[in-house]
Design a protein around this ligand. Structure first.
Ligand SMILES: N[C@@H](CCSC[C@H]1O[C@@H](n2cnc3c(=O)[nH]cnc32)[C@H](O)[C@@H]1O)C(=O)O
Ligand SMILES: [Zn+2]
Length: 422
């Protein structure tokens, strides 16, 4: 796998505007025109990480409610606290998540939430890249309000913020979306040519619930509605409980799976059959899920957890190697989010979304194998510099687009108010 990723090379990277213009040895006349030079000696430049599943404002609910089962956690804790969030809270919660992601090497994330204008504003202000989705729960009749908001997000924000924002349509999950509105969403995705972002088969309880209601697995339920006929790009968050037959049903899907190992571990959901997905050519990217469940948005931790989990359940250290998990967090993430301008790799002509990892640390020496170090030893705190769309968002671990003092002040008072009485 490491060979497929390209071996590390020594040299320079020249960024012009939003794009990578040259890599390796930069001709003197080009180098002389640089307006800013970053000394990356002792560092590794790599593609920015891509977090394929998040609920960014849930960072306000980090460590608020842990060690509960998913349905209890969601219905008794998360949803009531979310009902207390104002639009301004959503902005600051999302900005908190973005600050954490930039500081841990993530340059692009997929988000599913409410009040998406506020999240788009946080993306715009911070300089990060994102694929945004209005999460749609259709448990009571709202006169089409939610769906309308989902469409408005797509119409208003696709391509905004210098092209850093893309959008999807987001039916929340099989257990919160009955067949009629789901069919409507599928038609809409076809008409508007947008991908779908949905939670699938996260728990055994979900599988039981859908079986009782529709005599099908959650995957069969979505399949029969036409979601996996090969004409759509569907981003499936979790996909923990799929049978072999279920897996065959999602093979034609143009999208793939967002694997969130830490969230699945914390909520005791189970372990997704990632090795089978890889063997059967199903695209797998990595995500954190919201900080309400994952607690941390450091995608390097997910890389490590994803590899470790497959190794241990298959009792095979080769089940998922370092190169494969690193590809999941980069190249596969770009494909999964259907963002063509980025490749999840360092390539001339692509957008300059990259990070510098400081290897001058005891836990990162010696440099026998750079891919092993990145997958098994690096943490987000080792990231020194983060660049998105050619703009430096963090240098020497200092955020350049976000005022951290102001952010912390806003977050601490808002978070206290939101959880009062929940
Ligand atoms: N509550 C909104 C929809 C929000 S979509 C995003 C939702 O996903 C929820 N969520 C976060 N993590 C998970 C998870 O792991 N599984 C299922 N839902 C989740 C989160 O609490 C949030 O409410 C409405 O009724 O219009
Ligand atoms: Zn989720």
């Amino acid at each position: 796998m490491a060979e497929q990723m390209g071996s590390p090379i020594a040299g320079d990277i020249f960024i012009e505007g939003q794009n990578i213009r040259a890599i390796g040895e930069i001709p003197e006349e080009i180098a002389a025109s640089a307006s800013e030079v970053i000394d990356a000696s002792g560092m590794v430049a790599m593609p920015g990480l891509i977090n394929t599943h998040n609920h960014s404002p849930m960072s306000l609910l980090r460590a608020f409610s842990d060690d509960l089962r998913l349905m209890e956690w969601l219905e008794q804790k998360m949803l009531p606290a979310e009902a207390n969030m104002s639009e301004e809270d959503i902005y600051w919660g999302s900005l908190l998540a973005i600050a954490e992601m930039i500081k841990s090497g993530t340059t692009c994330f997929a988000d599913m939430y409410i009040h998406m204008d506020q999240i788009a504003r946080a993306v715009k202000d911070s300089g990060i890249r994102a694929s945004l989705t209005r999460g749609l729960i259709f448990l009571e009749d709202d006169g089409g309000k939610r769906l309308k908001e989902g469409v408005q997000l797509i119409e208003k924000w696709t391509g905004a913020a210098e092209g850093r924002i893309t959008t999807m349509i987001g039916p929340h999950a099989p257990y919160t979306c009955p067949p009629r509105p789901l069919k409507q969403v599928i038609e809409l995705a076809r008409d508007m040519n947008v991908p779908i972002h949905i939670h699938l088969a996260e728990t055994e309880e979900e599988v039981d619930k859908i079986r009782q209601k529709y005599r099908q697995t959650p995957t069969e339920y979505l399949y029969k509605l036409g979601m996996f006929d090969g004409s759509l790009h569907v981003l499936l968050a979790h996909a923990v409980h799929l049978s072999e037959k279920d897996i065959s049903l999602i093979k034609l899907n143009k999208g793939g799976v967002a694997h969130n190992p830490t969230s699945n571990l914390k909520l005791g959901c189970g372990i997704a059959p990632v090795k089978s997905y890889v063997e059967q050519g199903i695209l797998v990217g990595l995500g954190t899920d919201g900080a309400g469940s994952a607690t941390s948005l450091d995608l390097f931790k997910e890389i490590n957890a994803a590899a470790g989990l497959q190794k241990v359940i298959h009792k095979d250290p080769a089940a998922l190697d370092a190169g494969t998990v690193l590809r999941m967090a980069t190249v596969n993430g770009a494909k999964l989010l259907n963002i063509h301008e980025i490749a999840g790799s360092l390539e001339i002509g692509k957008k300059a979304d990259l990070i510098l990892v400081n290897m001058n640390r005891p836990h990162l020496m010696p440099l026998h194998n750079i891919f092993s170090l990145l997958a098994y030893a690096v943490t987000g705190a080792d990231v020194d510099t983060t660049i998105v769309n050619g703009r430096v968002l963090m240098k020497n671990r200092k955020l350049l687009t976000i005022d951290e003092d102001l952010l912390f002040k806003e977050v601490l008072t808002r978070a206290r108010r939101i959880v009062r009485g929940v």
